[in-house]
Structure formats: C-alpha cells, structure tokens
Ligand binder design. Sequence first.
Ligand code: EPZ
Length: 424
Amino acid sequence: MDKLIIAGGARLEGELRISGAKNSALLMLPASLLANEPVTISNVPHLRDITTMIELLGSLGVEVVIDEKMQIEIHANTIQRFRAPYDLVRTMRASFCVLGPMLAHYGQADVSLPGGCAIGPRPVDLHLKGLEALGARIEMDEGYVKANVDGRLKGAHVFFDVSTVGGTEHIMMTATLAEGRTVMENCAREPEIVDLAECLIKMGAKIEGHGTDTIVIDGVEALGGCEHAVIADRIEAGTYLIAAAATGGHVKLKGANPQHLEVVLSKLDEAGADISTGDDWIELDMHGRRPRAVSVVVGVFPAFPTDLQAQFIAMNSIAEGTATVKETIFENRFMHVHEMNRMGANIRLEGNNTTAIVEGVPRLKGAPVMANDLRASVSLVIAGLVAEGETVVDRIYHIDRGYEQVEEKLASLGANIRRVPSTG
Ligand code: EPZ
C-alpha cells in the first residue's frame, strides 16, 4: 500500500484550486439512471470513489463516456442488468443509492446491503423505509435488497427519524418519477443535496424546498438528459484551511464557496485566523501565529461538519489552550486520536467516546501512523505537517478516496511531502 512521508515544520503558503465535491458527484451518477437521455456531469474530481461508482454503472451494462477532463456522460438507457454486487457496494456505500433510480425507472433492482464501516454501523433502514413508503416491495435475500414495483411508484409522505444525507438524496431522486406528490420531512440540508436537486430539476424533475428540512417532489412521467457542473468540495476546502491554520500559514483557495463553510470559517476566526472571502474564493492568513484552541460540536448542516472533525482535532492538538470536540453523528469517529497521541498529542476521550478533550502541546513528534477512514487519514497528514521530524502515513488509499492529488496540492503550498509506492 502506498505511503505518504512528511517532514514537519513547513508553513502552508500559496494558492490552490478546489476540486469538485466528491459527495455531490457520487449521488449524481446513480441519479442519471433515472434519465431517458444522456446526462453529462462535469467538474468531477478524479478519485477512487468516483472510479468505483463508474465501475458499478459499467457492471449494470450502462455506457459511461469519460473525457480527459473527467467530464462524465452516462447513457442510462443502455442498462442491461439490475444487480449491484456486494464487492462494489461494500467498498463504497453511496453505491447503494442505485437502488431507487433503477426501481423508479425500470421497476426492479437487486442491490447488496452496504454493511458497516470503520466509523460506525451506518444502517440504511431509513432509505428502505422511504422506498417502501413510495410503494416498493422489498425483500432481503442473502445480504441483498431485492426490490420491485408493479407499474409506477406512488408519491408518499416520508418522515426521517434521523436527519440522513444519503437517505434524503436517495428518496428525493427516486420520488422524481413516482406518481403524484411526495413530501419529505426532517430532511438533511447539506449543499450536496441542493446540488443534486438542481441537477434533477435540469433533467425535468419538479422539486422544491431542497436545502430546507422539508422537500416536496411532484413526480413526472420521464426525465431527460442534462449537463451539470458539480459544486466545489467544501470538505476538501475546509481540510486545507484547517491545515493552513495548524501550520500558521497563509493560503487562498480558488473555486471554494464560503457560504458552504460559514461555521468552519467562524471557528477558524476564533482560532486567530484572518479570513477574507469572495463569491468563489476563501483566503486565510495566520501571520505565522500558533492557533488558539477552539471547541466545536459537530452536527448536521449548517453545523460544524463531522467530515472536518478529525482535521480540527489535529489543529487543536498543537493549539494554545484546551478544546473539547463533540462528535454527534457517528459512533466511532475518533480513531485518529490514538494515533495523534502516539505523536505526543494530549487528547482524552470522554462521554462514552463522544467527546475529545484536546490539551494543546507546542509540537508533535513524527511517527509511523495509519487510519481506516479518509478524514482520519488526512488528519494524520496535518499532524505530520506540524510534527518535528518524519511522519509516515500508511494505508493512504483511504485519502485517495476523497482528496484529488493530495501530495501535489500540499507540496504546491510548501509542504515537504512525498508518496512512496507500496513495495508489496
Ligand atoms: C454522508 O454519508 C457522507 N457521504 C459522509 O461523508 C458524511 O460523513 C455523512 O453524510 C454525514 O454528513 C456521502 O455523501 C457519500 P447519513 P451518509 O445518512 O449519507 C444514521 C466522507 O467522509 N443513519 O447522513 O451515509 C447513520 O448511521 C463521508 O466523505 C441511520 O441510522 O450519512 C449516521 O449515524 C463519510 N439510518 C447518521 O444517520 C439510515 O438509513 C448520519 O448518516 C441512514 C443513516
């Protein structure tokens, strides 16, 4: 497995263009199965998860054309099979969302349950409850969800017990072809949901309320093709801003949307950063200062995102003062804490592993580390940037799932980082 070797101490300084949002593109690809004409998605990041999703569509017989700029054209009507296999769905859980579009457009779907993952069990019960409310007949058979419907799905009232990003997206896209009106309540409000809705509306869907906790969809008979550019990745942008703050640096991110990071920017301001923004750029300058410790409580959008929790702990680990970081979304998302403590951080977990108490130390010490989820992995890279000596981050295929050209982008900001291909 490839490794990243980081020599700590450099301040991140310079400009960077932010890639398209992984968690937006990953749902637009299955949504394209709803269309009767080709759907073209642009500004797609070149990531393993995207490749996995394209492989999945290919395994269904769907023709996918990719150009040199990673512009992806999907021809759903070439579909030949309706079974999404376990080995693909388990590696990338967003694949589960091919189920609803296949069911809505072709009346059948046979999709493996995604299984758990490192950060928690991550069930899909709310997805299945929503699909059944729309009239899907669901059977479980050897770890697969077999779904079918006679005729069209029917619009329904869907209430999510938990605010679920994937569940909101899955039911929203499926309901676009159901007969009649679907009202979804207690929806998630993430920008990626809004982006998906805008893409579906370009395809001819009738959706209102996306970005609020109540979304109303009036089903249509058929959806056409469209061209849609994916929004910038707010989590990638937040990651580089936090890394720059941790190193006392000065960066300007182009293509980033500050409206998608309001809470994160206010927390970085509290940490001592000077922040200026425009419609599509964010600049952060620490003037060489060590960050101040800042406490956060993670929550659903617009609260502080769980996908930036690990990165923020890395910054707090070398900040002035003590901070508490509370994780409210996933059950097991503090694995990076133990690795950072091996680097000399002073972090303890409380509240049945829901809260990290981070006492800032002046410097970490480089060490060999690894993690099992992409955000924890990238937080260890940030820890390496602020450590004395050399840090080796192993299993970086996790990072490659969510960060396009991570070492190139960090090196362009002055980091001393290189990738060592696996010898095995
Ligand atoms: C999306 O995952 C993101 N992935 C995750 O990003 C992100 O961490 C998460 O939302 C929360 O913001 C994509 O968009 C592809 P959820 P998702 O359904 O949709 C529980 C990354 O790093 N739940 O909002 O799977 C669930 O267990 C990834 O890019 C149910 O109980 O998250 C969790 O505790 C990691 N039943 C909570 O809801 C369900 O049917 C939030 O999960 C569905 C979810």
